[in-house]
Design a protein around this ligand. Sequence first.
Ligand code: SAH
Ligand code: F3S
Length: 467
Amino acid sequence: MLTEVKNHTINENKTNSKKLYIQSYGCQMNFSDSEVVASILKKEGYDTTPNPNEASLILINTCSIREKAEQTVRKRISDFKKNKLENDDLIIGILGCMAERLKEKFLEQEKIVDLVIGPDAYRDLPKLIKQTKDGRKAVNVILSKEETYGDINPIRLNSNGVNAFASIMRGCDNMCSFCVVPFTRGRERSRDPKSILSEINNLNKSGFKEVTLLGQNVDSYLWFGGGAKKDFMKKKTDCEVVGFSDLLEKVAKQNPKMRIRFSTSNPQDMKDDVLKVISKYENLCNYIHLPVQSGSSKILELMNRGHTREWYLNRINAINKFIPECGISSDFITGFCNENEQDHKETLSLMEVVKYNFSYMFYYSERPNTLAQRKYDDNVPLNVKKRRLQEIIDLQQKHSLWRNQKKIEKKYQVLTEGISKKSDKKFYGRTSDNTVVVFNKKLTSIGDFVNIKIKDCTSATLIGEII
Ligand code: SAH
Ligand code: F3S
């Protein structure tokens, strides 16, 4: 009898409550997409929950960039086997890059998955969910040349109410030979600047203090009325053509009290006009993430990066000229096909020239169907890839420490973003050049701009005092 009553309650919960648990892996774009998905499903009556055990819909937004990223996702999926056993009505869906890469195959490989949906198909989610409720598996992995989700106001997930992302474009046309993104996210297209400005205006009104404009290659942003960038020349348009520097200027002018960041810049496309606009507006942060991947021109060519070592260093000089206090970070890949010790030394020497504030560093992971996988031999042994990786990590740490030490006794404006992980008596925040600062709380609140004098540092963090 008791169990019957219990069952009844559970059934009632199931029919009345639509609870969504959504988890994101990978790049900031995925996290931003999950906020679009949450908004689409809110209209269908779904509220988000931080607890997968009370969810009626579990969505995992996946990453394919390296093999390890895919393994992490698969492990997470297997965690939900018990939820599926306990609740027949639970729907499990896979979003993002793995969905796009593996398509229907995913359903065969992971039996508990009910739906697979690619990054351009999220508007179709309500329909696919209905389909799974009829007992059928559902797949939509169609890529689009137009979709930017421009009209959708994202629901901010796990937000501190201070920092937010706004996606300004989708896809990538660059075809770096190691990279799976052009295959999983399709052709490059830009979002209507009006909808970007309106989203940021809403953030401003809701009290957000910082927004990061997102794209795989922001310097390539081009609004000409919509559609794939490669069709720009073909399309006749009477609308105002807006490039990235124009967009930055519009955003900066409209929101003088907000900090504006962006990611990611591409060395091949980064022009001086963007640097000039950054130097002109106080609220455009003095920070550029400019991934180089390798310091060897030979490897850059094999990677199809579209620039040489010299071109890259010329861009670094331009940054230092227009924005003298600019923080610069990079991404590196060690052990790409045919990389020899000399190439690796060139990466180390490039790092010595630039002395990055920080970097994201990886060893090469071959991805199916990329140009490198089809044409080149993944011929650097794993132990060599890892040893070279450790060498660049060690050097980067030295440079980060050097950069931070130069800040001691100087004053910076810091945006307070949250409570320090190590002590609840301290806040953390960031300088305009994107360095993390920890300081005593005093009378400040999260979201406040404070002036801080730097007293000490580690390679990762500055330690300061409010002045
Ligand atoms: N332009 C993108 C790059 C996305 S991928 C952006 O918005 O950041 C992020 C980084 O992952 C790349 O810069 C590269 O350093 C790394 N990466 C991409 N493919 C990789 C692979 N096959 N193996 C190892 N690292 C890779
Ligand atoms: Fe990938 Fe190169 Fe684009 S790293 S996301 S193909 S700029």
